[in-house]
Write a protein that binds this ligand. Sequence first.
Ligand SMILES: [Zn+2]
Length: 142
Amino acid sequence: MWCLDPVNSPELIDRLRPHGRHGDFDVAWVGEGWRALVEACHERLVAVFGEYELLDIRQEDGELSFQAFPRRRVQDQPQWSPEESDELSTITDAFRTLSRTVCEWCGATAELREWRTTELTLCDACDARFPDPPVPVRRRQV
Ligand SMILES: [Zn+2]
């Protein structure tokens, strides 16, 4: 599947869900090949920012985009320091970099397939298996 949801990833989604803004996170918009990356990124974040807020997990330009804040935003209270923000970005950027070599569909060693209408990071076998971009792969919403 091209998403991680409560059906194909119940254990992972159960762990991510409480970090959603309303405690209702339930779909990561990346292929199943990145499940282990999403899981590892979540674990790293929790180790440093126990109450981190999860905004979104999606594929962006063929890379894993794990979008989060160091903690929940509470109105009229100090949020987080630039250092904390940097530390969080360091973690999520590391997984973005890792995702460039992991097939989004099956988890095998992969590379970015730039010729596709929708850029995807896929292994040779999956690249051959999917002649057309899978739909729907959501594009970044601005
Ligand atoms: Zn593959």
